[in-house]
Write a protein that binds this ligand. Sequence first.
Ligand code: ATP
Length: 234
Amino acid sequence: MPSVPPDDAPALHVEKLDVTYGRALSALRSVSLDVPHGAVVALLGANGAGKTTLLRAVSGTLRLHRGAITAGGVRYGDTVLDGRDPVTAVRAGVVQVPEGRRVFALFPRLAERTRQAAGLLSGGEQQMLAIGRALMAAPRLLLLDEPSLGLAPMMVDRIAEVVREINAGGTAVLLVEQNAGMALSLAERAHVLEVGEVRLSGDAAELARTDAVRRLYLGETADGAGGLDGRGAA
Ligand code: ATP
């Protein structure tokens, strides 16, 4: 690998990544994906598919969860991120907004609520707060973990707008979502993880038209069963 990547090199490059938890549970197997500079890339998949694990591998937080990269690599530009700590990722401009909105920060919309405990904010407000806190680190790549989780449709639309605004400012976004409709409307490219492996990858608009994605992730399923090949997702 050259020490200085070419200009058109992807910002984030994940190559053939294997991750295990507690030395035994295999959570990701040979996962590869890129996030180009300034792009929005969606990562879709059912519960337990490995989406959060991938974000942890990128942000250097796997070790905090007793996970480890056992093969493959993660690079942001010319910075190697695999096997490094979260500080390395943040210094390189890669910042994760964790699932679950563990937050307390500032956000313009919330200025009048500074005396209020974060737990009393609505779900949407908490999510904005989480994103706002991450933005304080001025990321070049934002890792968003299910920002629409548990939110009412109007709030989901607002979160989508916020992601668009952030991206318009030049920040790339790797967007983990179970809400495929929202994610595919924002992303240029998307990947579908199933039980730790990438099962589909491609242009987001094209993926939104594929039968498997429409059936399994866009609410057009007749029986709700099975994985992309009918085997059943975790
Ligand atoms: P969700 O949408 O439910 O958050 P996900 O696609 O983000 O799911 P992960 O949370 O990455 O999936 O989990 C992938 C696999 O790794 C699952 O089998 C999960 O049980 C397991 N796993 C996740 N975190 C740990 C951990 N700290 N220790 C052991 N196993 C874990």
